[in-house]
Design a protein around this ligand. Structure first.
Ligand code: PLP
Length: 278
């Protein structure tokens, strides 16, 4: 397995970074994930744009141009002969003597690696997955794809222990998003998802699913929705780079709709798979 560390492609076993890295000490960094299907990056331009925006938000100069990032991703896909899975990229502020404040001259640390995953033929997408709800205990800048993910570690571990595929995070009765996904519900012919704000990550898959739905004249409503509305919805699904469109068939043990992946959800998944070249 070949990984990328600070400009070099090295065997996984030889890759290392400093114990003083601010990503390690302060979670002072951001990450990005792009899916790979049939050896090709999916919707990658938008992921790279979000990476750039997140770096700006945390005052780190993007160490690479858009073209350089693409080259790193493609090189990793090639060297690891990746057919289906993802490329994970992380940029931290870099290594320096431990101090909360930072010197702008610190050189960012960049790591990137590939992971093999079943995305297209994911059995959970056929049957639909269970979800649980948890309180959203995260900070106030969830629009930044920060590597500080302890709240999501709690949420997703609780989901796993409950045999669920995702935890829906809830604040003041309203669903914010999934532990690592955007949440959608369908009521009648309306596809409902929360509008963008600092309360959620601007999902790239979210945006593309909305565009694909729009092209087919399906109705998207961007508004807050409660957990109660999700229980009562006709269909529910989550989206993310590595799950695409994943049907949710129960929440907290309550069946959603028919208890099977719904027709609109299936249609959106098919549209997304087509877009991804699956
Ligand atoms: N929301 C959160 C909190 C996430 O961690 C993720 C992805 O990991 C998403 C939403 C979905 O974003 P994307 O579709 O860009 O993968």
């Amino acid at each position: 397995r070949i990984v990328f560390v600070n400009g070099s492609y090295v065997p996984f076993e030889e890759a290392n970074i400093s114990i003083m890295d601010r990503g390690f000490l302060f979670a002072d960094g951001i990450y990005e994930v792009s899916a790979v299907v049939n050896g090709k990056l999916v919707d990658n331009e938008a992921h790279m744009a979000r990476l750039d925006r997140c770096l700006k938000e945390i005052d780190i100069v993007n160490p690479y141009s858009y073209e350089q990032w693409i080259e790193i991703e493609k090189e990793l896909v090639k060297r690891n002969e990746l057919k289906e899975g993802c490329v994970y990229m992380q940029v931290t502020r870099g290594a320096a003597e431990r101090d909360f404040s930072y010197d702008k001259s610190i050189k960012p640390t960049v790591v990137a690696f590939t992971q093999v995953k079943n995305i297209v033929n994911n059995p959970a997408a056929e049957t639909g997955g269970k979800a649980i709800s948890v309180e959203d205990i995260r900070w106030a800048r969830r629009d930044i794809k920060s590597v500080g993910l302890l709240a999501q570690v709690f949420a997703k571990q609780a989901a796993k222990e409950a045999g669920a595929v995702e935890a829906l995070m809830v604040q003041d009765g309203y669903v914010t998003e999934g532990g690592s996904s955007t949440a959608f519900i369908i009521a009648g012919d309306k596809i409902i998802t929360r509008p963008l704000s600092r309360a959620i990550l601007p999902g790239i898959t979210r945006l593309t699913v909305m565009r694909l739905a729009n092209e087919k004249n399906l109705t998207i409503e961007e508004r807050l929705f409660t957990l109660e509305e999700a229980f009562a919805a006709d269909e529910a699904f989550i989206t993310s780079a590595t799950t695409f469109v994943m049907p949710i068939v129960s929440i907290d043990g309550k069946q959603v709709g028919s208890g099977k992946p719904g027709p609109l959800t299936k249609r959106l998944r098919a549209l997304y798979l087509e877009m991804a070249g699956a």
